[in-house]
Design a protein around this ligand. Sequence first.
Ligand code: UDP
Length: 494
Amino acid sequence: GSSNDYIHIVMVPFMAHGHLIPFLALAKQIHHQTGFNIAIANTPLNIQYLRSTLRGNPIPGIHFLELQFNSSDHGLPPNTENTENLSLDLIGKFFASSVYLKTPFYNLLKDIVKKQCTPPLCVIADVFFGWAVDVANSLNTINIAFSTGGAYGTLAYVSLWTNLPHRRTDNAEFNVPGFPDRCKFHVSQLHEFLRKADGTDLWSKFMQPQILSSFKSFGWLCNTVEEIEPFGLDLLRKYIKSPVWSIGPLLPKSWLINSSAPASVRQHAGKEPGTSPKKCVQWLDMHSDDSVLYISFGSQNTISPSQMMELATGLEKAGKPFVWVIRPPLGFDLKTEFKPEWLPEGFEARMSRNNQGLLVKNWAPQLEILSHRSTGAFLSHCGWNSTMESLSQGVKIIGWPLVAEQAYNSKMLVEEMGVAVELTRGVRSSISSDKVKEVIEMVMGKEGKGRDMKRKAQEIAEHIMAAVKDEGNEKGSSIKALDDFVSTITKARK
Ligand code: UDP
């Protein structure tokens, strides 16, 4: 075909919300900086989701290509094409089934190579898709692994999975390969999948070969910023022994630059907000600067019924204004309607009567909330997207990590950045309403620890803003890193 149809880069994200969205943002950023044509390959349902996020705003240089995948072939419910609404036991199966994308991806890439008579510059594949290294190499191109997490969290996660087992019964702290002695980890930071893993279980049989193969990529891209994670990036580079370009944060530029610009430019894949962005903003408008606590556990997690009760009681005791994205607790179908009995009696009515709390069912306009002047802190599961969104607005964090690498993100935010305090970990911990009250008061406080955290969060926000600056000769580190990435792969392919 003509050079206009040439696909420069083919991307293949893991099938989860927190991966699809940063991949699309990466595609947009590369296209914006280079004019490259980019194809994103995924299963039909996820392609539909991705397209819907561009609604009204399709980008000519970004193409979507379908990979056939039949979830029923893998013992999964029909139409299971992402982690949405999957129970924990099925999530393992779902991860395992994703390796079956290798053949359709090979065929898709082979077709592209045939059509344009030359391979694309590179493949950018999710770190969970180590199989893409083989595919790329066999068709004479290179693979770049993209980690949608931060540097520190990614390293902890890949190191823990590839250095099994972690069968600890003691309560002692331990070291993790890749981290210096001073960074002690604790058994409570290991998700039960990781604690039980020994190389023979479903999870390690997926994780180990995929991650080890991703180590053989030509290089890695990381959704972080050089100036805010110098320590984590240094460790990650030493550990994987290949270049790592930090090109984050992959967030809507208009929102980063002007926080009062409507952030709904970023429609979320198939998600309907429980309350309109306008109503959330109006509610926040009633409150004073930095006075509101925003609470959310990400796109797919929830806490246990007893934790939900204690959190609600603690919020009421603390008496501070809050916006809480709430969904059914653990053990209930996340799609079912929210039942008032999951909260203390009369809670929602009391909170709404005195304007103390706004409960948003399932899904909130998170960017609008985080950039509102009233939002002072974020009680977060420390998913990396939420973390970057919060930090880019200088909003300090109360950590409640649940799964994946969230405990390591939380640890980094507390120990390295000093912008967070961890309230608790996981869904099994017992957390008292008094502890909730105490931590909220400390973090939301305008003196002492609360003030220090705020100052540090604002410094981080300034670094983030500087990193994405792109005005004439003034280029921030993330913009330069992406330029360098592109020129490096272009040279490598000559
Ligand atoms: N999000 C949102 N509204 C919600 C909950 C989440 O817009 O009510 C968005 C949030 O802004 C972030 C993403 O969903 O971009 C969650 O990603 P993260 O990495 O924080 O967590 P994950 O969902 O992967 O656990």
